[in-house]
Design a protein around this ligand. Structure first.
Ligand code: AR6
Length: 176
C-alpha cells in the first residue's frame, strides 16, 4: 500500500468525543435521535443542541450519512452514519463500506481535513471487529487514493483488543 495514503491514517485508543478534529463520525441508528454506545456518548458530550439539529434531518438510511454541527464538542461537525445490524449476509459488508465511503464524501464536501471514526456496527449491531476493520481500512485507503483533500483519518477504538486488531491490519497493509 502506498505510503502517502498510510501516512494519512492513524489508529488511536481513545474516547472519540474528546478528539480535536474537524469531524467525528457517529455510529447512529435510522432515527438519528440518539441511543446507547458511542451515539449516547456523542449526544451527552455535544449537548441538547445536537438532538435538536438531528430532529430536522428526517432520519438516515443504513449505509448513508448526514452531517450536523458539533455543538459543545471540540469537533466542528458530527457526521452521522447508520451501520448494518450484522446478519452474516454479503450485503452487510457492502452497507458497512458505504458508511465509510459516504461519511468521507460528506467530509470532503464540507472541507473537512481531519476526521475520526469509531468502529461502526461493532458494538450493539454485532459486526465482528476483524471483518469490520478490513472493510473500514480498505474502503478508506481506496477513498484517500482518489481524494487528496483529507489529510488525517483517525480510527478510534475503545478497547485495547480492538486497537490491536486495527494496528495489526494497518501493519499488514504497510507491508503489501
Ligand atoms: N469512543 C470511541 N468508541 C466508542 C465510544 C467512544 N466514546 N463508545 C463506544 N465506542 P456502538 P453500533 C465503541 O454500539 O454497533 C446505538 O444505540 C464501541 O466499543 O456504539 O454501530 C445507536 O443509536 C464499539 O466498538 O455502535 C444504534 O442504535 C463501537 O464504538 C446502535 O447503538 C460501536 O459500538 C449502533 O450500534
Amino acid at each position: 500500500m502506498n505510503k502517502d495514503i498510510l501516512d494519512r491514517i492513524e489508529v488511536m485508543q481513545a474516547d472519540i468525543t474528546q478528539l480535536e478534529v474537524d469531524a467525528i463520525v457517529n455510529a447512529a441508528n435510522k432515527t438519528l435521535l440518539g441511543g446507547g454506545g458511542v451515539d449516547g456518548a456523542i449526544h451527552r458530550a455535544a449537548g441538547p443542541g445536537l438532538l435538536a439539529e438531528c430532529r430536522t434531518r428526517g432520519g438516515c438510511r443504513t449505509g448513508e450519512a448526514k452531517i450536523t454541527m458539533g455543538h459543545n464538542l471540540l469537533a466542528q461537525y458530527v457526521i452521522h452514519t447508520v451501520g448494518p445490524v450484522y446478519s452474516g449476509k454479503s450485503e452487510d459488508s457492502k452497507l458497512l463500506s458505504q458508511c465509510y465511503q459516504n461519511s468521507l464524501q460528506l467530509a470532503v464536501d464540507h472541507d473537512v481535513i481531519s476526521i475520526a471514526f469509531p468502529a461502526i456496527s461493532c458494538g450493539i449491531y454485532g459486526y465482528p471487529i476483524e471483518e469490520a476493520c478490513k472493510i473500514a481500512l480498505d474502503t478508506t485507503c481506496n477513498f484517500l487514493n482518489k481524494n487528496k483533500s483529507i489529510k488525517k483519518v483517525i480510527f478510534t477504538l475503545f478497547s485495547s483488543a480492538d486497537y490491536q486488531i486495527y494496528t495489526d491490519y494497518l501493519k499488514k497493509l504497510s507491508n503489501q
